[in-house]
Ligand binder design. Structure first.
Ligand SMILES: CC(C)(COP(=O)(O)OP(=O)(O)OC[C@H]1O[C@@H](n2cnc3c(N)ncnc32)[C@H](O)[C@@H]1OP(=O)(O)O)[C@@H](O)C(=O)NCCC(=O)NCCS
Length: 233
């Protein structure tokens, strides 16, 4: 599996997977209270992609496509990134139902968190999950995120403001990185596949996945995400 930046040319694959997965995603997908979630045109994709790419250019989001066997499999976005004294972001993700249960999302999340901690220089990643979403809670629990409490009416989902459990991990919780921990613990075929380290294109724009030595100076705001969004169409 891999992580790579969201591209305009993913539009057709994105729409096909999303329409096929509408019932799968509806109970969990954040919604704009004023706009429908699933539409057949490419407008929603272009609007989402333009927004995310603009946020990425400003260092406030890292929006990735999750790929499996080279194909579009889902999305993982670290958004709401704040700098200053917080250096924190919130993660959201989904995967095609046809590919569920293979460890794809925890592998993608472990890669993403390691990238955020050791390349971008974030300190804390949060995942806010509806208490009813057992599958998503398993993803973060398997990676060792800490459950920190409930956020009342945190996000608008499927027609109402929903409570969410807040899970988080900080860099001190995983000094060796989440991927190393996940590979040791998982026995997951995806986590242990030989290709993840070479194919994830986490940074893309020619920047391979790599951990920066902990002594390395991290720039602020981050320089790393920027190459992801140049020359991409
Ligand atoms: C949550 C989600 C991203 C998990 O992705 P995944 O790649 O299937 O993750 P995993 O393979 O680690 O499976 C996680 C859990 O899903 C459940 N699961 C396993 N196989 C499954 C299947 N075929 N169908 C549905 N759920 C399954 C299990 O509870 C599993 O936990 P376990 O490993 O302890 O048994 C995915 O279920 C999804 O996209 N759901 C809809 C959108 C969503 O909920 N997004 C998150 C919002 S917070």
């Amino acid at each position: 599996m891999g992580l790579r930046p969201l591209r305009i040319r993913d539009a057709v694959a994105w729409r096909e997977v999303r329409l096929r997965n509408a019932d799968w995603l509806r109970p969990w997908e954040p919604t704009n209270p004023e706009a429908p979630l699933f539409r057949t045109g490419l407008g929603p994709y272009l609007a989402m992609t333009n927004t995310l790419r603009r946020e990425a250019r400003h260092g406030s989001a890292l929006p990735w496509v999750v790929t499996y066997e080279g194909r579009f499999a889902g999305q993982l976005t670290v958004g709401t990134i704040v700098w200053g004294s917080a250096r924190a972001g919130q993660v959201g993700y989904w995967v095609d139902e046809a590919l569920a249960g293979r460890g794809i999302t925890p592998t993608a999340l472990a890669l993403a968190v390691d990238y955020c901690f050791f390349v971008v220089g974030l300190h804390r990643i949060e995942a806010n999950i509806r208490p009813e979403n057992v599958a998503s809670r398993r993803v973060v629990e398997k990676l060792g995120f800490r459950e920190e409490g409930i956020r009342r009416r945190h996000l608008h989902i499927n027609g109402a403001w929903r409570d969410h459990l807040c899970y988080a991990v900080t860099v001190e919780d995983a000094p060796e990185g989440l991927m190393a921990r996940w590979r040791r613990a998982a026995g997951s075929p995806v986590a242990n596949a030989p290709d993840w380290a070479v194919s994830p294109e986490v940074a893309s724009g020619g920047v391979p996945y790599r951990a920066v030595p902990r002594s390395a100076k991290v720039t602020h705001p981050p320089e790393v995400p920027r190459p992801m969004w140049t020359g991409d169409g």
